[in-house]
Design a protein around this ligand. Structure first.
Ligand SMILES: Nc1ncnc2c1ncn2[C@@H]1O[C@H](COP(=O)(O)OP(=O)(O)O)[C@@H](O)[C@H]1O
Ligand SMILES: [Mg+2]
Length: 264
C-alpha cells in the first residue's frame, strides 16, 4: 500500500485525493519522470490537472499530469458522439479487439468502464503525440498510463497559463493569435483530425505562444460521419471569441474552404 507520505509531495490535498493521486502518478514517479507534485491546477469536466516537478536537469522542468476521474464520477458528455470512426484503445494504447473486453464494454461492467476511460486517455495521448510531431502547438507529451497523461506544463511555478477565454486581446494581437490557431487547425486536418471541442476555453496563451489542449474527443475527419459539423462548430466557437476581440471572422466560409482544401 502506497501513501502520499511515502513520496512526500509538496501538494497532497485531502486524504481521498492524495491516495488517488499517488496511485495515478506512481508509474510516472517510478519511471523517474516526476519527482514532486507542486499544485493542483484545475479540476475540469473529466480530469484534474496537477503541476509536477520533473527530474533535476530535465527539459521541460515542469510537467502537467492530467489525471482522469473514473468514468462514473465524470460529468457525462455525449461520449457516443465522438466514438464513431475510431477504435477502442486499451491502457497501453493498443486497439481492443478481444471478445472479453468488447463484451465488458458493451455491458458497462466495472472492467468495461475502466477500459472506456483508458480509451479516452489513450486517444488524447495519441493525438498529442501525432500533432506534436507534426509541429502543432500542443503541449509536448511525455508518457501516459491507463488513466493519466504526462505532458509539458504550460505556465510556470506561479501557475498555469491563462486560457484564451479569460483574456481580452487588442485587435492586432487577436489577429495574430487567430492566424496561428488557423494554421494549427490546418495541421490537424493534414492528419485527418478534428479537435471537436475547440474553443477559447481549450487554448492557453503563454508568452505570446498558443497551446491547444484537451483532446480526448478528437475525431477522424474521414471516418466520422459528423466530422464536418464538429469542425464547423469548432470554427464557430473560435469565431465567437475573436469577434468579441474586434476581429471579423467568417467562420462558415473558413470551415468550408479549409475542409475542401484538406479533406475534399
Ligand atoms: N499542459 C498543461 N499545462 C498547464 N495547464 C494545463 C495543461 N493542460 C491542462 N491545463 C489546465 O487544466 C485545465 C483542464 O484541462 P483540460 O485538458 O481542458 O481538461 P477538461 O476536459 O477537464 O477541461 C485547463 O483548462 C488548463 O487550465
Ligand atoms: Mg478543457
Amino acid at each position: 500500500m502506497t501513501s502520499h507520505d511515502e513520496f512526500g509531495f509538496t501538494f497532497t490535498g485531502g486524504h481521498q485525493e492524495s491516495r488517488w493521486l499517488t496511485e495515478s502518478l506512481s508509474e510516472f514517479i517510478e519511471d523517474g519522470y516526476v519527482t514532486d507534485v507542486l499544485f493542483r491546477v484545475k479540476g475540469g469536466k473529466e480530469a484534474t490537472v496537477y503541476c509536477c516537478r520533473a527530474a533535476p536537469g530535465a527539459d521541460p522542468p515542469l510537467l502537467a499530469a492530467k489525471v482522469f476521474r473514473p468514468r462514473m464520477f465524470r460529468a457525462m458528455r455525449n461520449d457516443a458522439l465522438y466514438k464513431e470512426g475510431r477504435g477502442m484503445l486499451d491502457g497501453e494504447g493498443k486497439l481492443v479487439l478481444d471478445g472479453r473486453s468488447r463484451r465488458a464494454l458493451a455491458k458497462k461492467t466495472a472492467y468495461g468502464r475502466t477500459l472506456d476511460t483508458a480509451s479516452w486517455v489513450r486517444h488524447e495521448y495519441a493525438a498529442l503525440t501525432d500533432l506534436a510531431a507534426a509541429g502543432a502547438d500542443v503541449p509536448r507529451p511525455l508518457a501516459a498510463t491507463a488513466n493519466a497523461i504526462l505532458m509539458e506544463f504550460v505556465g510556470d511555478k506561479e501557475g498555469a497559463a491563462p486560457t484564451l477565454s479569460s483574456l481580452r486581446l487588442p485587435a492586432e494581437e487577436a489577429r495574430r493569435v487567430l492566424d496561428r490557431l488557423l494554421a494549427n487547425v490546418e495541421t490537424f486536418l493534414s492528419l485527418f483530425r478534428v479537435h471537436a471541442d475547440l474553443s477559447a476555453y481549450n487554448v492557453l496563451l503563454w508568452r505570446e505562444e498558443v497551446r491547444i489542449i484537451d483532446l480526448p474527443q478528437v475525431v477522424d475527419a474521414l471516418r466520422h460521419p459528423g466530422a464536418f459539423d464538429l469542425f464547423r462548430r469548432d470554427l464557430a466557437r473560435l469565431g465567437d471569441y475573436f469577434r468579441k476581440q474586434g476581429v471579423p471572422v467568417d467562420d462558415e466560409g473558413l470551415a468550408r474552404d479549409l475542409w475542401s482544401r484538406w479533406i475534399g
